[in-house]
Each structure stands twice: as C-alpha cells, then as structure tokens.
Design a protein around this ligand. Structure first.
Ligand code: DQA
Length: 145
C-alpha cells in the first residue's frame, strides 16, 4: 500500500492523442500509462492508473488512495473549478503531485487558478507526458527520505 502510487486522470484525458494535438500532443493515455508503469517499476513501486470524466468519481478515487505513497493527479478542467477535489485531498491526507500536460499559465486566464495547488505537495506543468514521469520520480524520492 505504502509503495503504491495512484495516477488519477480527469475529464477528457481519455481522448489524448486526438484531442487538440497542437496543445496536448499525440501521446495517448495508454502511452502515458505504459510510461508510468515503466518508471514506477524502476523504483520498485506499484501503480494504480485510472481515468474518469466524473468529478464525484475522482473524489472517490482520491479517498481510495488513502495510505498510498502518493497521487499523481491530472484533474483536467476540474483543477480550476473543484472545491470537492481539494477537500478530498485534505480529508484523505494525500501527498499529491498536480500534473498538467500543457503549461496552463501560458493559456487562458481561467486556467491560471487551481483549487488543488494549495493542497498539493507540488505542481508540474508544461512538459507533456514527461510530467507524469517526473511526478513519479519526485514521489519515489520523497519515500527514500
Ligand atoms: C490540463 C489543463 C487543463 O486546463 C485542461 O482543462 C485539461 C488538461 C493539462 O493536462 O494540460 O483538461 O489539465
């Protein structure tokens, strides 16, 4: 349990590969899952990898990550709207790395605010799928200390 990382993906991320490729690239969510599993395995860590389009489902998935090493969370647009997700992170006492494929600060103003950043351990954005790998490495390093 303590050596498990939950990688949770929110709305529309199931469409990666075809969704606005000029912003999100051609990498699919299945590609990202493969990268995450490889990176985690190299650190001796297990992965739970999930995607949902529903806000309440993400709340449940965050609650289910209680007791894990940490969560890599790309909450998609719920990042910018969801107090429920912020509450879930606090309530479950999670070590969360907030990840965004795109550099949200170089985009529309409504993407500049995150309800999740204040309750996250750290934030990685703008490095595409590589951000997931960096997040897993960061959580693995936090375990070593
Ligand atoms: C995103 C950025 C969000 O603003 C957007 O709503 C997404 C994807 C990203 O990975 O860059 O769905 O989280």
């Amino acid at each position: 349990m303590a050596d498990t990382i939950h990688v949770l993906n929110g709305p529309n991320l199931n469409l990666l590969g075809t969704r606005e490729p000029e912003i999100y690239g051609r990498t699919t969510l299945a590609d990202i899952e493969r990268m995450c599993r490889e990176t985690a395995a190299a650190h001796g860590i297990d992965i739970v990898f999930r995607q949902t389009n529903f806000e309440g489902e993400l709340v449940t998935q965050l609650q289910e990550a209680r007791g894990s090493l940490g969560v890599v969370l790309n909450a998609g647009a719920y990042t910018h709207t969801s107090i429920a997700l912020a509450d879930a992170i606090k309530a479950a006492g999670l070590n969360v790395v907030e990840v965004h494929l795109s550099n949200v600060f170089a985009r529309e103003a409504f993407r500049h605010h995150s309800f999740l950043s204040p309750v996250a351990r750290g934030v990685i954005c703008g490095f595409g799928a590589e951000g997931y790998r960096l997040a897993i490495a960061a959580l693995a390093a936090s375990r070593a200390k």
